[in-house]
Ligand binder design. Structure first.
Ligand code: NCD
Ligand code: ZN
Length: 362
């Protein structure tokens, strides 16, 4: 777990940075969508919206209909700052299956769909339609390469004989290296990296390879899941790893490489489904995402690197313009709520009931 923050008078108390984007978020649908959308839209200019709905978003038509529901939920969210949040742009993705047709990807590209997500079958929440054998998707991956559309990868093997904590590193060796060799100009984002191996692999790659990093993987190691009893709100996939991996992620995020950028992987689940005998994977961080990232960067003495990570690197990789607006964060303690409204259920955000070291000012 990250150490207590020593007060450091050489760090600024307030920072203003270009409005950031979230390059990996789960907004869900229906009632859940209406409860979470304003949290993301309040902090970020744009977000890459994950397609793992039930059923998954596998066609252009479904993605465009989902985008309309997101924008409708945003309009109806009655946020006190409705003007500001109405500028939020959801960037849509398709869910890759064994049978995704190249023609579907051409339609998607023409309709402004931004990227395609690869979930290995059974790897995580709503991955039952995921890919069973990556070779089956080669016609689709070749189309993505041709179209210049990024492939976003949940990079974990699902082989039950592989230790849960090793599944990301094994995916790189067994699959990612082969995909990169066979399709060298396919743009790939390794999503929510959690290990030293992934950080090093991405760092040493060329301009076609990048990675997102969550706030929780920068702030916590796997002890957080087991401190004083089992703590389901720290359980996500890929699971938190050892301290050495957390340190490697902090180094990657705060370093000079532009290949690492912000992706919260904020993944809301009703509290009772996480506090359960077989609890759901996913941490809800959208409510205080930039406060958590600011804390992680500040602890590393690198708050000046936050803007590149949060606001520049992702847009540059995706070939999109950087945002023009700004946000301001202040180093000032504030309290996280114990829970948030989530329809008839409750949503427990990461850090619920505890202090945050940074505050989102505007
Ligand atoms: C995500 C979810 O709940 O949709 N859960 C998670 O633990 N990150 C799925 C995912 O991104 O793996
Ligand atoms: Zn995710």
């Amino acid at each position: 777990m990250s150490s207590a923050h020593p007060s450091n008078s050489s760090n600024p108390l307030e920072i203003t940075i270009t409005r950031p984007d979230d390059w990996h978020v789960h907004l869900r649908d229906g009632e859940a969508l209406s409860r979470v959308i304003a949290h993301t839209a309040f902090q970020f200019g744009r977000a890459i919206v994950m397609p793992n709905l039930k059923p998954p978003v596998t066609t252009t038509e479904q993605a465009l209909a989902y985008k309309d529901r997101i924008l409708a939920a945003l309009r109806e969210s009655h946020h006190p700052d409705q003007n500001k949040i109405s500028n939020f742009q959801p960037l849509m993705t398709l869910y890759l299956t064994d049978t995704t047709a190249p023609a579907e990807l051409e339609r998607a590209k023409a309709a402004g769909i931004v990227a395609v997500k690869l979930y290995p079958f059974g790897a995580t929440t709503n991955s039952d339609s995921g890919v069973t054998d990556i070779r089956k998707t080669y016609p689709a991956l070749e189309a993505l390469q041709r179209l210049g559309m990024p492939l976003l990868i949940h990079a974990e093997v699902t082989d039950p004989s592989v230790d849960l904590f090793d599944r990301e590193a094994v995916f790189i060796d067994r699959h990612l290296k082969a995909i990169r060799k066979d399709l060298p100009e396919l743009k790939i984002v390794v999503e929510h990296i959690t290990t030293l191996e992934a950080a090093q692999y991405v760092q040493s790659g060329d301009k076609f390879l990048a990675a997102t990093i969550t706030a929780h993987h920068l702030l916590y190691n796997r002890n957080a899941i087991f401190t004083g009893g089992i703590r389901p709100h720290y359980y996500c996939l890929p699971v938190l790893k050892r301290e050495a991996h957390r340190l490697a992620l902090v180094k990657a995020a705060t370093g000079a490489s532009s290949k690492f950028f912000l992706g919260t992987d904020s993944a809301p689940h009703a509290a009772h489904l996480k506090e359960h005998a077989s609890g759901c994977a996913g941490c809800y961080t959208a409510f205080s995402a930039m406060e958590l990232y600011a804390e992680a960067f500040d602890h590393a003495g690198a708050i000046d690197r936050l803007e590149a990570f949060a606001s520049f690197n992702g847009a540059d990789f995706y070939g999109l313009p950087r945002n023009t607006g700004h946000i301001t964060l202040r180093r000032e303690s504030c309290q996280m709520p114990e829970s948030l409204a989530f329809g008839s259920a409750k949503l427990v955000p990461l850090r619920a009931g505890e202090a945050l070291e940074w505050r989102f000012v505007s």
